[in-house]
Ligand binder design. Structure first.
Ligand SMILES: [Fe+2]
Length: 370
């Protein structure tokens, strides 16, 4: 594993550029300097192997904030609170996340549950507090997920990293596709997929590498009541097998540290705090609808994926600036990376803190999941 980190370091030090205005040169100059976040570079240890995840009781911190007399008081110091779209996303300035106490974090969880996505600018203190703080932050919101295949900083398997530079990528990127857009809800194949998720970039390209989000509450609301009523009766298989095979083929560091799982989730889930219903299928991990014929399943899923893909009216796009921290509720949103910066060779390095939440609650009472 040290091998991988050493490989990155060598790649960073071997380029000599001459065109000083070229983005490629800028990228390499950026990478020739001692890297400020070298301790957070992706690490892959083939010997690292973990047992299957076990079920646990999730107590959502947003529930505590429901009883608060003013559950938005954590925003009282904000200099700017801007709704990105009517139904998804809020951008905040003037609130230092690193200073939020337990009550403030509960309120934050509720606000993210209500808005789906929160973007906090100027979070230098949060980012510079480092990996032990990231873990303590995430544990407030739930048991931290250990990703089975992605890179993590050495000694911190609970931190999920995205990483791409001029010489390497440790992301899940499909070849031979007309687009890098891949809508998904993170690791939805787990029995208890993530809830409130925190993500930030340590390095970013000069331009590009934005992140797309969509509200799965809104995508559901666009559908007709009789069709939604049918969807509520359905469950689907979510699978981690393809992601594991991607790594087993030698990509992304080539490590599978936990055997892949498949789990059955309702197509329409209910948020445990807000009670809102959200569509819960995604092109990356959902494989088939239980109990339907193959053609029925494929046609319904492809219709839903197409609906998610093209509904700009449900989506928001986050443009990164240094020291931005983004939080989303993985239960009611989907997102996609945009890999439009590859030719620049610039480094994009991000870290995700991923607390797991409850097993998805069916919108239809009593729906059989096993
Ligand atoms: Fe993701």
């Amino acid at each position: 594993m040290a091998t991988i980190v050493q490989t990155i370091a060598r790649a960073d030090s071997t380029f000599v550029g001459t065109l000083r205005q070229s983005p490629h040169v800028q990228a390499q100059e950026q990478q020739e300097e001692p890297y400020r976040y070298a301790n957070l570079l992706p690490h892959f240890d083939p010997a690292e192997h973990f047992p299957p995840l076990t079920p646990f009781d999730h107590a959502d911190p947003g529930l505590r904030a429901l009883a608060h007399p003013n559950p938005r008081s954590f925003l009282s110091s904000a200099t700017s609170v801007v709704e990105l779209t009517p139904n998804l996303g809020t951008e905040v300035r003037g609130v230092n996340l690193a200073k939020l106490d337990s009550d403030g974090r509960d309120q934050l969880a509720l606000e993210v549950a209500r808005r789906g996505l929160l973007v906090f600018r100027d979070q230098e203190e949060f980012i510079n507090r480092g990996p032990d703080f990231y873990l303590a932050w995430g544990r407030h919101f739930g048991r931290l997920h250990v990703h089975p295949t992605s890179g993590h900083p050495q000694g911190y398997p609970e931190l999920h990293l995205v990483y791409k530079d001029a010489k390497s990528t440790y992301n899940f990127e499909l070849d031979q596709s007309t687009t890098t857009t891949m809508w998904h809800s993170d690791v939805s194949y787990e029995l208890q997929p993530p809830g409130l998720t925190t993500f930030f970039l340590l390095s970013q390209p000069t331009t590009g590498g934005d992140t797309l989000f969509t509200s799965q509450v809104s995508t559901l609301k666009k559908l007709s009541p009789p069709f939604v009523a049918f969807l509520r009766t359905l469950t689907a298989v979510h699978s981690g097998v393809e992601q594991a095979e991607f790594s087993r083929s030698g990509k992304r560091g080539g490590v599978v540290r936990r055997e892949p799982v498949e789990n059955v989730h309702p197509l329409v889930r209910r948020h445990p705090v807000t009670g809102e219903e959200a569509l819960y299928v995604n092109r990356q991990f959902t494989r088939r609808i239980v109990g339907l014929k193959r053609e029925e399943s494929n046609n319904i899923l492809n219709f839903l994926y197409d609906h998610i893909d093209k509904s700009g009216d449900n989506q928001a796009r986050v443009k990164w600036s240094p020291n931005t921290v983004v939080l989303w509720d993985n239960r009611i949103t989907a997102h996609s990376a945009i890999v439009d910066y590859g030719e620049s060779g610039e480094r994009r390095h991000g870290a995700r803190i991923t607390p797991q939440a409850e097993r998805p609650i069916p919108a239809q009472d009593g729906l059989q999941l096993d």
